[in-house]
Write a protein that binds this ligand. Sequence first.
Ligand code: NAD
Ligand code: UFG
Length: 342
Amino acid sequence: MSEAKTILVTGGAGYIGSHTVLCCLQAGYEVVVLDNLSNGHREAVERVEAIAGRAATFVQGDIQDESILDRIFSSHVIEAVIHFAGLKAVGESVQKPVEYYTVNVGGTLSLLAAMERAEVCNIVFSSSATVYGIEAPTPYQESLPRGTTSNPYGASKAMIERILEDLCVSNAGWSVVNLRYFNPIGAHESGRIGEDPQGIPNNLMPFIAQVAVGRRPQLSIFGGDYSTADGTCRRDYLHVMDLAEGHVQALGYLGNKGCHAFNLGTGTPVSVLEMVHAFERVTGVAIPYQIVERRAGDLPEFWADAQLAETALGWSAKRDLDAMMEDTWRWQSANPKGFTSQ
Ligand code: NAD
Ligand code: UFG
């Protein structure tokens, strides 16, 4: 029997990372997680191990620390890296651009340098729909050029994609998959792991979930006068387990040399008001809300053309909006204070 392949997952204690570690373990991979726990939870990895019935190796450390990276690459035979680690709050990135470029771009450069030293040339990178920029026509297609990003977070993602492309030009041995996520929400169906943001949630779904458990009095809907049917913004929300499974599909694609980008979304936009009503319908919990001023930088609507991922990776989103709501609620109601609830 052939040895199981080992995947290094940076940021594997975070929201998307923990769900992906679970899918990798269930697919038979060995997993090494590197996370500095700045926004992740050791408990998340422990719960993943309990669900999978298999252990991962957890290393607490920073992707900017080349000695830790070298130690990981010399003590494990790493087949590929899935790179989630980074800072992700759009508003905070405007306040702290140096920190965002240092961690996201600088940290990725440290990781790539260590990969080059170890001759590991396979990487799946967490990119974002934000790289299409503010002028791109919808639905977003991978053939579009990267556009004008409106904040340092988005710019850091676009820069990293460019760096990875340059790397593939420099050395034909590299295989890179940039996964451009749309709006991941939901939780594993067990309700044991899910999204646990620190402080006031920036994103819609965790905010709704925290209103539902009584941690916040009401939802503020940012803008009701957009040029959409109900006046609120539309996004392409996808279930985090579909997204996590997309990473396993991407690992299988890594034999293809060069740099490849795929949208991971459902291809269907949903408005903020439709999200609120879907949550209320599925859970039976009322969400008080108020429509307030628009949030700076929000686009009226964008969604994925998800065809290429289906053709090339054999991936498409399977779980519907009701499943996203049910699974969010199972996680949030069982863990009202996130991982510190029990
Ligand atoms: P998250 O914050 O839950 O996970 C990121 C993880 O990386 C955390 O566990 C954090 O502790 C760790 N980390 C941060 N800086 C680190 C460092 N310097 N060294 C080691 N570990 C570090 O975020 P998430 O929602 O799971 O997102 C994962 C990735 O996907 C990020 O790169 C994010 O930009 C990208 N992404 C997320 C979304 C989204 O809506 N959640 C959308 C598009 C792209
Ligand atoms: N919204 C509210 N109230 C809230 C939070 C959000 O009305 O309390 C609205 C926003 O204005 C927006 C929609 O809900 O219209 C979705 O907002 P999110 O913050 O959940 O998601 P975004 O589309 O703004 O951004 C997310 C990630 C980014 C990523 C982008 C594209 O946060 O990192 O998707 O992938 F770049």
